[in-house]
Write a protein that binds this ligand. Structure first.
Ligand SMILES: [Zn+2]
Ligand SMILES: [Zn+2]
Length: 190
């Protein structure tokens, strides 16, 4: 974004039109943290939220039409809709997400009102051998793309295979460790 050399680790901004992520220095990052401003870029925050009492079941999962056990959803403010993606050998693939299906999830989980458009995603995982229920976290969107990139290289067969599953386990363990419970639902603004 500027000539400033970028250190590791560093932060990212999202280009709202192209959905591309850009690496930024701290100064440029701070330019784009204002969520109300009419800007082409948005700073990706660094927060992780857990939903210990997440209300979600097999019917909700079916409604999302995700063929693998993992999905991430975010609100695309340019298209003014919530979109769902899942990982695979081709990277991130979009799933048809109906407004109804998403609205049901939000109505059952008002704390999702904290999800910030464009820069944060709701990460969902279906039941597995070591985790019987559905898991849900709000994570920075760059963390999702990082996971998708990693899975793309590891993916084998239909369900991803052993290495992809191990990478997902490791990712969720890290997310769980960094997360704090989502605060109470934001006040409805009128
Ligand atoms: Zn970067
Ligand atoms: Zn800069």
């Amino acid at each position: 974004m500027c000539a400033e050399p970028i250190a590791e680790p560093h932060q990212h901004v999202v280009n709202l039109e192209s959905r591309a992520l850009m690496c930024t220095c701290r100064g440029c990052y701070l330019l784009f943290t204002d969520e109300r401003a009419e800007l082409r870029y948005r700073a990706v925050p660094d927060r992780y939220l857990s939903f210990p009492d997440f209300s979600f079941g097999p019917d909700d999962w079916d409604a999302l039409q995700i063929p693998v056990g993992l999905a991430f959803l975010f609100h695309n403010s340019v298209q003014d809709r919530t979109v769902a993606f899942y990982p695979g050998p081709a990277g991130a693939t979009e799933s048809e997400l109906t407004l109804d299906a998403w609205q049901r999830v939000v109505d059952a989980n008002p704390r999702l009102g904290h999800l910030r458009p464009d820069v944060e995603a709701l990460l969902l995982r279906g039941p597995g051998r070591e985790h019987p229920g559905y898991s849900a976290y709000v994570v920075p969107i760059d963390a999702c793309y990082e996971l998708v990139g990693r899975l793309r290289r590891l993916w084998r067969g239909f369900d991803g295979g052993q290495e992809a599953r191990a990478a997902i386990e490791e990712f969720f363990a890290r997310v769980a460790q960094r997360s704090r419970p989502a605060p109470a639902a934001p006040e409805a603004s009128s």
